[in-house]
Design a protein around this ligand. Structure first.
Ligand code: HAM
Length: 410
């Protein structure tokens, strides 16, 4: 028997309905904040992803050559594609641009619960504005989106300036390596690396910084920072908004394009893969041929949100099944059409067995049986049987629709 590729999933209708419902909620909320949807190709030039991060990242990607010898990659994330789109087509649009996307990404990872090779991100990018208010907007929108998904989570906010001030004397490769250990929260690996470099004192300062939870404590370790006023303003806006968050100077973020504020959100009931959102302030447009453009955004790991929501009953909608005798066929098709037009999920029985047999078939999955026999056909009426209560009544089509859709709004 053929199986799906490793790290991918199939979704049956119950699960798809849940996913579409949550997706719809996210779209609706992003819309009320003024964010509008964009869409980019599933694959891009490989260089779009290596230009900032170097060739090392190819290991983590589905990279391939097409028949024309072009080096391409399935997108591992959507920020770089969206910024490429901005440089190609959005530069002249009035700023700031508020864009969102919902799409699948591909990473060549070791699959486990919550970590897949194909996964979906719901993300937003706020392009062309550089201010603490813009960063606060992005964080508050993230909070609103996840709150609406009905999961418990905690928001961790940091800033790359904190770490940068401690690492400023090191060469870029060393800094990158240290950031990688910090991003993976691999204190042991970091300790071994720093002692191999004779930098044990740095480990102590990095650990103290990562554990600080108050801005004053952070500044006591880092000394005065160039962007200190701006950082203070951001946190004062967040405090003023009533946001609950943890200051977390240990956040390093795995992707290389971040420049300032960085944040991550963790769901409370997931295992090791509990990060449901990552984002921050970054600069990418200039690498793709545009001008230096300040941007800020995040992506929600949609699949992890679905796991965090846990098992839920199916998305409820009223279902009507139509049972009919051969002479009632044409009237049954008309009746089903009218019910569907009224927004009611309506399924015709396709088996052609006796009415009784059809009704018991319908009773397995529907809320109402719409019965059409000889009499109903003659009178242009419908017998509506409520399968929950067992009551039934022969009604005019409009009354039948009212009866069934009335039950939907309760
Ligand atoms: P990221 O942290 O790499 O950031 O991914 C965002 C979220 O996608 C993660 O927090 C996680 O929930 C989810 N995710 C990542 N990898 C997997 C996987 N293998 N399986 C399931 N879920 C996964 C970005 O991608 C940035 N582009 C976010 C951003 C937008 N920054 C600025 N704008």
């Amino acid at each position: 028997m053929l199986q799906k590729p490793r790290g991918t999933r199939d979704f049956l209708p119950d699960e798809m309905e849940q996913r579409r419902e949550v997706e719809g909620t996210m779209r609706q909320i992003a819309g009320t904040w003024g964010y509008r949807e964009v869409c980019t190709p599933e694959f891009e030039e490989l260089e779009l992803f290596t230009i900032r991060s170097g060739d090392g990242i190819i290991q983590e990607m589905y990279a391939f050559e097409d028949k024309g010898g072009r080096k391409l990659a399935l997108r591992p994330e959507i920020t770089a594609p969206v910024l490429r789109l901005y440089v190609n087509e959005g530069k002249t649009l009035p700023k700031p641009l508020r864009w969102f996307y919902f799409a699948d990404c591909f990473r060549y990872e070791r699959p486990q619960k919550g970590r897949y090779r194909q996964f979906w991100q719901f993300g937003i990018e706020l392009i062309g504005v550089d201010s603490p208010m813009a960063e606060a907007e992005v964080i508050l929108l993230a909070r609103d989106l996840l709150t609406a998904c009905d999961i418990s989570f905690s928001i961790h906010i940091g800033h790359l300036s904190f770490m940068r001030s401690l690492l400023s004397g090191l060469d870029p490769d060393e800094q990158k390596k240290i950031r990688m250990f910090l991003d993976k929260k691999d204190t042991e690996g970091l300790g071994a690396y720093l002692s191999s470099m004779g930098m044990e004192d740095l480990l102590e300062r990095l650990t103290a910084l990562a554990e600080s939870r108050r801005l004053d404590d952070v500044f006591a370790i880092t000394g005065d920072l160039q962007d200190q006023d701006r950082i203070e303003e951001l946190f004062s806006i967040l405090d003023g908004s009533g946001l609950e968050y943890t200051l977390d100077p240990g956040i390093a973020r795995g992707l290389d394009y971040y420049t300032g504020m960085v944040f991550e959100i963790f769901a409370e009931n997931l295992g090791a893969e509990n990060q449901v959102l990552g984002g921050g302030t970054y600069s990418l447009a200039h690498l793709f041929g545009g001008e230096e453009t300040p941007s800020c955004g995040f992506a929600i790991g949609f699949d992890r949100v679905m796991v965090a929501r846990g098992e839920r009953g199916p998305v409820s909608s009223t279902v009507a099944g139509v049972a009919f005798t051969p002479e009632g066929r044409d009237w049954a098709i008309t009746v089903a059409g009218a019910f569907r037009e009224a927004g009611i999920r309506t399924e015709l029985v396709l088996s052609g067995k006796s009415l009784g047999n059809q009704i018991s078939h319908i009773a397995r999955s529907a809320d109402y049986a719409l019965i059409i026999g000889e009499r109903e056909c003659e009178l242009r009426k419908v017998t509506v049987k409520n399968l929950r209560t067992g009551t039934q009544d022969m009604l005019l089509l409009t009354d039948a629709i009212r009866e069934v859709s009335g039950s939907e709004s309760c």
